[in-house]
Design a binder for this molecule. Structure first.
Ligand SMILES: NC(=O)c1ccc[n+]([C@@H]2O[C@H](COP(=O)([O-])OP(=O)(O)OC[C@H]3O[C@@H](n4cnc5c(N)ncnc54)[C@H](OP(=O)(O)O)[C@@H]3O)[C@@H](O)[C@H]2O)c1
Length: 248
């Protein structure tokens, strides 16, 4: 078992990539806490993960919620060895339709919420700890309609380098996992009509060298590598898992 006796906090652990990571980390011996907002998904995750997992409702756009959730993890487990800062969402809109609210909302969750989660968790992370942030292939490619989502992920990529430098003296590693298009509910939340969504999905699939969407479990395995001592000499890096989309 790769995470025996480790405590892992997974944001966005109630759906998609985060939920698969929570299952895998539990199977690898970790004590797991997950964060989400939607009550039906929180309940389903509690059922899927079993009684030993701590399932927390917290809106990461709200700093007070982050404080409370980290406090709950500290009270339950006493420390946090692994932070998988993975929660994220996006709204698709062309240049002329992007509003200041859309910009604030997406940065509030994907960047500020992620930053504050790491900041509040950091005092509880011992030497040997590992922080993994979920970025995206959108870091390195330009996609019409996804300018703000992409920018939040580029900011997160940069943050990973800075925090890796800041936390290295404490023996804490900070890395990113960068998914390509992955089959999760994420896409249905972009605000695109269903017809455009399936058209876009087909076009993306055609562009991916491996000719398919990835599975959430494939990202979870990459997150496990970065979370565990298997990657003990890796920090500041971004592990790209995108079927070759941004690399080939
Ligand atoms: N799927 C892809 O193709 C893809 C590609 C590249 C990168 N990514 C990144 O991968 C990460 C995980 O996405 P996914 O594909 O697994 O999507 P998902 O299935 O929609 O999961 C998103 C998770 O984030 C949580 N979340 C959303 N808003 C939140 C908030 N305000 N506060 C706390 N938690 C919140 C959701 O919980 P609730 O629903 O309960 O709020 C859910 O658990 C995201 O950062 C995303 O940008 C995904």
């Amino acid at each position: 078992m790769k995470l025996q006796n480790k405590v892992a906090l997974i944001t966005g652990g109630t759906s998609g990539i985060g939920l698969e990571a929570a299952k895998l980390f539990l199977a690898e011996g970790a004590k797991v806490a997950v964060i989400g907002t939607n009550s039906a998904r929180l309940e389903a995750a509690a059922h899927a993960l079993g009684g030993d997992a701590l399932v927390l409702s917290a809106d990461l756009r709200n700093p007070a919620d982050i404080d409370r959730a980290i406090g709950d993890v500290a009270a339950t487990f006493g420390r946090i060895d692994i932070v998988f800062a993975n929660a994220g969402a996006g709204t698709a809109a062309p240049l002329e339709e992007v509003t200041p609210e859309m910009i604030s909302e997406q940065f509030a969750l994907n960047f500020t919420g992620l930053f504050l989660t790491i900041q509040k968790a950091a005092p509880l992370i011992p030497k040997g700890g590992s922080i993994v942030a979920t970025t995206s292939f959108l870091n390195t490619v330009g996609t019409p309609g996804l300018s703000i989502l992409s920018a939040t992920k580029a900011a997160t990529r940069s943050l990973v380098r800075s925090l890796a430098a800041e936390l290295a003296p404490r023996g804490i590693r900070v890395n990113a996992v960068s998914p390509g298009p992955i089959a999760t509910p994420f896409h249905t939340k972009l605000g695109l009509p269903d017809s455009l969504l399936s058209e876009t999905a087909a076009a993306i699939e055609a562009q991916v060298p491996l000719k398919r969407f990835g599975e959430a479990a494939e990202i979870a395995k990459a997150a496990l590598f970065l979370a565990s001592d298997d990657s003990s000499f890796t920090t500041g890096a971004e592990f790209v898992v995108d079927g070759g989309l941004s690399q080939v």
